[in-house]
Design a protein around this ligand. Structure first.
Ligand code: SF4
Length: 212
């Protein structure tokens, strides 16, 4: 734990959408207690985005560190919005590493991921606000990714998955049904997986549990 002297230097203000303790509900870390750090703003514009990332609160670094110390778990999940697009990303990473956290992130993959992030879940999206090609992946993210996750909605074209080389890969390949048409989207995923077993169904268990 940092010394009291170090704590007195925690004066900078950082912008965050919300910070809260919960269970990670999906992916590799499902069921693990984790500190969720939600960044404001996103460079994409998905119509079914379930996050109101348009606003932020100013967090004093000291208050943020106090939050990290509220529980014993040492897993943090950086999400958004798009964490990689935010100017205070490295401040948050510095504070979390100072407290001994393993850092996982969820990113749309359009921007590089700092080397300090320990687990990268990349979820490419097609609603790019016209700035990138749909489902754009920054070249540096290809090998940084531990888990791929595509959201399957009514218009999802499974052909986009052909660009991934699943054979012999240690990466995880996940498909998550968009929830407004949950049954239909899940059925499409299950049919695809029959023929492509390197891919797996990923469910958002926090929604079933009724937690954030
Ligand atoms: S990339 Fe993620 S955070 Fe951004 S709009 Fe799409 S779903 Fe929302």
């Amino acid at each position: 734990m940092p010394s009291k002297n170090a704590d007195t230097k925690l004066e900078k203000s950082i912008q965050l959408n919300e910070v809260f303790w919960t269970l990670q509900g999906e992916g590799r870390w499902t069921g693990h207690r984790a500190l969720f750090v939600r960044f404001p703003f996103c460079n994409y514009d998905c119509p079914w985005c379930d996050t109101d990332y348009s606003s932020f609160e100013k967090w004093n670094e000291k208050n943020f560190v106090d939050m990290t110390r509220q529980e014993k778990a040492k897993l943090a999940v950086l999400t958004g919005g798009e964490p990689m697009a935010h100017k205070h990303l490295m401040d948050v990473i510095r504070l979390l590493k100072g407290e001994g956290f393993v850092i996982a992130c969820e990113t749309n993959g359009s921007l590089p991921v700092p080397k300090e992030v320990d687990w990268v879940t990349t979820s490419p999206k097609r609603y790019t606000q016209g700035k990138w090609e749909p489902y754009f992946i920054h070249p540096s993210v290809l090998n940084r990714t531990n888990e791929w996750k595509y959201v399957v909605d009514a218009d999802f074209d499974f052909n986009i998955l052909n660009r991934h080389h699943t054979k012999g890969s240690e990466q995880i390949f996940s498909l998550s049904p968009e929830y407004s048409e949950f049954e239909k989207n899940t059925h499409r995923i299950l049919e695809f997986i029959k023929e492509n077993p390197a891919w797996k169904l990923s469910l958002q268990t926090h929604k079933w549990l009724g937690i954030r």
